[in-house]
Design a protein around this ligand. Sequence first.
Ligand code: ADP
Ligand code: MG
Length: 228
Amino acid sequence: MNPEADVLLRLEGVSRSFPGPPEVLALRDADLTVVRGDYVSIMGPSGSGKSTMLNMLGLLDRPTVGRYSLAGQDTAPLKDRDRTRLRGRMIGFVFQSFHLLARRSVLDNVMLSMIYGGVPKAQRRQRAWGALEQVSMTHRAAFYPGTLSGGERQRAAIARAVASEPELLLADEPTGNLDSGTSGEVLEMLEGLNQAGLAVIVVTHDPEIAAAARRRFQMRDGRLKEVL
Ligand SMILES: Nc1ncnc2c1ncn2[C@@H]1O[C@H](COP(=O)(O)OP(=O)(O)O)[C@@H](O)[C@H]1O
Ligand SMILES: [Mg+2]
């Protein structure tokens, strides 16, 4: 029995400051351990550091102080190219504003993400189709994002995030642009993906989404605190 093998990621004393002036301490001395298949929610007011935290976890940003290890390896010595590769292989992102390419079909949006996920070309179409099936979006595969409802766009974005079968899904206010009915659908999808083994970290203002997580955190002024 080796509990370390279950650890997906770990932050130890991580801070992130943005040099000013004025200097902003966006993340202060964060400690966090997330196990494989975990389900974590983070709430907090605007400006409290939630996106900074997700950017750090998603290897889009680096700590100014402290240590971040992902899948057992310290991320500090990794070169940008290796960080990009690790991110593509292990991490899927979902954003509030969907971030779909407007001039590409839904299917192309999902397929393109797999280039970074290291999925061989021959498998991309099939995997994209499978991901669209998971979010009940195959009937929209040929549509352009601009012709879809908000909920459909977010489902397409979720398909894109999971198509390369990452271990970790990072969602930054995924229902921030959706009405409550559609938010419920997105919540069900996150829960289904988590039950299938994906670790989920969701930043949200929606108490219902936060409550669905196995562990809940609150951020305030750059400090992360578990809600017990
Ligand atoms: N690239 C940046 N440069 C300077 N300040 C930043 C940058 N990104 C975020 N900040 C600041 O860090 C703080 C936390 O921001 P953010 O993580 O986006 O908060 P949240 O997502 O909780 O609204 C804010 O004060 C914000 O202005
Ligand atoms: Mg934010």
